[in-house]
Design a protein around this ligand. Structure first.
Ligand SMILES: Nc1ncnc2c1ncn2[C@@H]1O[C@H](COP(=O)(O)OP(=O)(O)OP(=O)(O)O)[C@@H](O)[C@H]1O
Ligand SMILES: [Mg+2]
Length: 407
């Protein structure tokens, strides 16, 4: 009798494909050339991940190689569910690289629906760099309040005695405060307190009659819009200020304008290199689109989008210039609770993942409490209080201002 040769696929040694780098806090998983053909394989793989994570303990950054990895459509749900659990249980953040177009698309779509970051990269180096950034940013999370003694301050922006008048209106009167690198500072106060005016002074739209603005160590009597923007101050507005007829993608791309060094004539004369530069910017923009989970509206003219999404696109455009200091004027105004929660999460993520320092104007005290680690309170153009959110909230002077009794 002839031998019947039954080919059984070699069991995959998942254990050998998982490695840990404790210095980088990275768990690396190599799924190169793996084909997840059935649920059993998915189970084996994630059981192994769970086993190793239990053994190592703690939370790790995940780095996953997807080169030539195929996940059969019918097992995607299982794969994604177990992946989500692993992330929730043990991950500080995940970066993926090498995925085929098909896999990328699926991951992006799922990320959108499940609200996680797809963090897809071409190469391992890029993915590693992203994790390194994430790790650095996470250190801000535990940042003590700035009033803690003995903490070395790294002042990014210093406002000194700024006064701004419009005719007889004192929009700002001798206002001083500081913003440290890595912070989220909330500027609060009743209507007409001077909050928007303060942001306008910081990014050079308004020129104060008195005072000084020191940004990154450079002291100026007034800021100029171009200098603010080119030195890394980004901005969103109280009323959405987008090109309504242009798509999400083009609006965000327009935020890159400052980063594009080559002028139009140059582009005309040097088609090749200009194209290369354009591609680079496109990539950066794609990452922002990924980050803000707005893939599905990339082609939609923003005028047609609901308000909450327009606000997100506006944030995207501000991010496109890679600001060091991001000024947000009521980023959650007019949003429902769910949209507010979303926006809060993006703001926190921008701060943590990119290390962007943020100054935001917000009326909702709950949001202020959740997001900021320092609060500046204005009323009638005067700074009436400042400090950690918990303290400011109970400050009688602040309560009085909000109750309208301080007038
Ligand atoms: N361009 C301007 N011309 C004249 N007055 C102005 C101008 N900009 C602001 N003001 C005045 O300065 C004061 C502060 O206004 P600002 O818009 O800064 O307040 P705000 O705290 O942002 O208020 P809101 O919560 O309503 O947005 C107000 O009295 C306002 O009318
Ligand atoms: Mg305002």
């Amino acid at each position: 009798m002839d031998d019947v040769i039954v080919r059984i696929a070699e069991p995959i040694d998942f254990a050998g494909r998982i490695s840990f780098n404790s210095a980088l806090e990275v768990m690396e998983i190599d799924l190169g050339n793996v084909e997840f053909a059935n649920r059993e394989m998915v189970r084996q793989f994630y059981d192994e991940v769970d086993r190793q994570m239990e053994r190592m303990g703690g939370r790790w950054y995940f780095l996953i190689n997807y080169e030539n990895c195929i996940v059969a459509p019918e097992v995607w749900d299982d794969f994604a569910l177990r992946g989500k659990l692993a992330n929730v249980n043990y991950s500080n953040g995940t970066a993926r690289f090498g995925a085929t177009d098909e896999t990328r698309k699926t991951i992006r779509k799922r990320a959108e629906a499940e609200r996680f970051r797809s963090n897809l990269y071409e190469s391992r180096d890029e993915a590693l760099a992203m994790l390194a950034t994430m790790r650095r940013r996470h250190q801000f999370q535990g940042m003590p309040s700035r009033v803690d003694p003995g903490r070395a301050a790294d002042i990014l922006l210093k406002i000194e005695n700024v006064s701004l008048r419009f005719g007889g209106v004192n929009a700002l009167q001798a206002v001083s405060f500081e913003i440290e690198r890595g912070e989220i500072v909330a500027i609060i106060g009743p209507n007409g307190a001077g909050k928007t005016s303060m942001l306008n002074v910081i990014n050079g739209f308004y020129h104060p009659q008195e005072g000084a603005i020191t940004f990154k160590g450079e002291r100026r009597h007034q800021m100029r819009p171009y200098i603010a923007a080119s030195h890394g101050i980004g901005r969103t507005f109280q009323n959405v200020a987008l090109f309504k007829g242009m798509s999400t993608l083009d609006n965000i791309m327009s935020g890159r304008a400052l980063k594009m060094h080559k002028g139009l004539l140059w582009q005309f004369l040097h088609w090749g290199p200009a194209q290369k530069e354009e591609l680079k910017h496109r990539e950066a923009v794609e990452q922002i689109i990924d980050f803000l989970e707005i893939e599905h509206i990339r082609k939609v003219p923003v005028g047609r989008l609901p308000y909450g999404l327009q606000k997100r696109v506006e944030l995207g455009r501000a991010l496109a210039m890679e600001p060091e200091l991001l000024l947000l004027d009521e980023p959650m105004a007019g949003m429902n609770l769910e949209e507010k929660e979303d926006m809060s999460r993006y703001i926190l993520d921008v701060n943590r993942q990119f290390g962007t320092t943020i100054a935001l104007i917000e009326h909702d005290m709950g949001v202020v409490m959740d997001l900021s680690n320092f609060v500046v309170v204005l009323d009638h153009g005067i700074k009436i209080s400042e400090g950690p959110p918990g303290e400011v909230q109970t400050d009688p002077v602040v309560i009085r201002a909000y109750l309208g009794m301080g007038q």
